[in-house]
Design a protein around this ligand. Sequence first.
Ligand SMILES: Cc1cc2nc3c(=O)[nH]c(=O)nc-3n(C[C@H](O)[C@H](O)[C@H](O)COP(=O)(O)OP(=O)(O)OC[C@H]3O[C@@H](n4cnc5c(N)ncnc54)[C@H](O)[C@@H]3O)c2cc1C
Length: 632
Amino acid sequence: MGSNSKTIVWFRRDLRIEDNPALAAAARDGSIFPVFIWCPKEEGQFYPGRVSRWWLKESLVHLDQSLRSLGVELVLIKAENTLDAMFECINATGATKVVFNRLYDPVSLVRDHNIKQKLGEQNIAVHSYNGDLLYEPWEVYDEKGHAFTTFAPFWDKCLSMQLDPASLPTPWRLVPAAGSVKRFSIEELGLENESEKPSNALLRRAWTPGWTNANKALAEFVEQQLLEYSKNRVKVGGNSTSLLSPYLHFGELSVRKVFHSVQMKQLLWANEGNSCGLESAKMFLRAIGFREYSRYLCFNFPFTHERPLLSNLKYFPWNSDQALFKAWRQGQTGYPLVDAGMRELWATGWTHNRMRVIVATFCVKVLLLPWRWGMKYFWDTLLDADLECDILGWQYISGSLPDGHDLHRLDDPELQGSKYDPEGDYIRQWLPELARMPTEWIHHPWDAPASVLKSAGVELGFNYSKPIIDIEKAQEKLIEAICLMQGKAGAAETNGNSEVVVDNSENFRKSSIPKVILKENPTCVSASSRDQRVPSMQNLNNNVSPNGKRPRVSIEDGTPEPNVKACNGNTEAISVREADLCSTADSSSAKRQATSSSSSLCVPHTYSVSSKGKDLFNCESSDAKHPWKERG
Ligand SMILES: Cc1cc2nc3c(=O)[nH]c(=O)nc-3n(C[C@H](O)[C@H](O)[C@H](O)COP(=O)(O)OP(=O)(O)OC[C@H]3O[C@@H](n4cnc5c(N)ncnc54)[C@H](O)[C@@H]3O)c2cc1C
């Protein structure tokens, strides 16, 4: 133990004892005051949904028990304002330092940046640590120092970089810092209300939140399922994947530990020449890479929770139809696979990645509903609701990523049903009204002969919906929408708006992605290169940051400053919206203004997509072999 300093350890989504850098640093220094501050107002539109709050509640109880066994208690506070609550803790304990592990979502970036500044003004030392990622978003850049905008080169680069060695030692004893603040019981936090309790009780049957349970789940997965992961991960309906996402989201599991555990197996299988094991380990690490990439994109392109990475959807004629949105949410579209996925999501707060892709694609490309509606609904209903992963998923299916699905690609849910649920078991589990349908018809009951429907007790339009829209009609409407979008974009360009709108399948190089330079001229609030980096609006407006350095984020336009540069209308030199360049550490209102701004974005011309990077989530690109047009 070092000095006698008193440190506030601010827990957020790092609800674990093991390999927790902020906790380990504070414990080394002296006594600690561990606190969790719940401030619903600050969560704003990203207030977590029922199942996610249930998980949080259970995990907090679990963490408190662990901390007590080490000698300290977790102080729970419900507050109107996190900063005020923090000052209350500082005054009550006489602490001179606050530590926490970094988060990268837009809400946290804004809040943490402000808190750091305000505490600093009062001479309170603030240290933040990397407890959530393998690689910090500002550490990974291409050979020109630019942020990557496609996954494959990003991940290749990550894998070539030095990774912090094994986990930090777990503290075996913690010294409490005395102090009296108004403490709240776990019930008083209001994470779960009375009416939610019966539904939540069902979740307990399937899930056991808490960091020690996360460790067990990881160990079991690595020993038992990892070997077959590459084969099984495409199966919907079974435990074909690790189910670690909620643990990872709440930081109950150190991603470093996950990575190292899988790498150990990879080494073992390499020595044994076990190709199946090697492929599985590679695919699983790649999945962990998607999570890293989600944070990377959000940090470097902080507008992505409001607006796509590619600007091609700017003029897309979304169909803001509440009735269609309701039918989708309730699993009443008449497409069995989609409906089963939506009902599983509602009932359990979880669904397989493949199902997420299928239902999200249906929402955007068949119903033409705005992708942000779907993203928000997932946010409200997923147990593992994670803003960055959610954004990545929805942009991937909406044709908004250079290496995501093409916008015009529409996979037929009927074909997908036969492929991912060949026996129809998944449908039978989630749509009992179709349970007696023969497998042959279960994914397209509208084609079944009347006698088959009758003997299965299915009355389309009565006990199971008729298809909400014919899939061929949907394909036509999608193409019309894309044409309209392109027409409007062309008109805007003729009228002097140089934003380029393209289908991202062929010409994504022409689409607008602001170029973010990571390598040069970093500006950050803190002095340490290991500490949180947050570009600020001030930097962007004034060109020079408070510490005299140039802003960290800028476009590559050949001139040092300012960041916003006029465009000449060709595909490679377009101006940049200010808010695209500022991090979410700046006010969201500034970003809202920018979102509605009519100015356009800079086009990077150097990034490239390798063929292996073309389809971000699917190595096998399986759906691409069965696009809608190949039907029949
Ligand atoms: C539209 C859409 C929305 C999504 N929303 C979320 C979300 O809110 N929260 C969330 O954690 N994941 C989200 N995902 C990603 C993915 O579906 C889940 O992470 C995965 O299904 C979790 O199951 P698992 O832990 O068994 O995954 P495994 O296949 O075992 O993967 C291990 C871990 O890697 C990460 N991972 C795997 N696939 C992805 C991916 N495609 N993107 C990002 N990380 C990935 C997760 O942390 C996961 O726990 C979304 C995907 C789509 C298509």
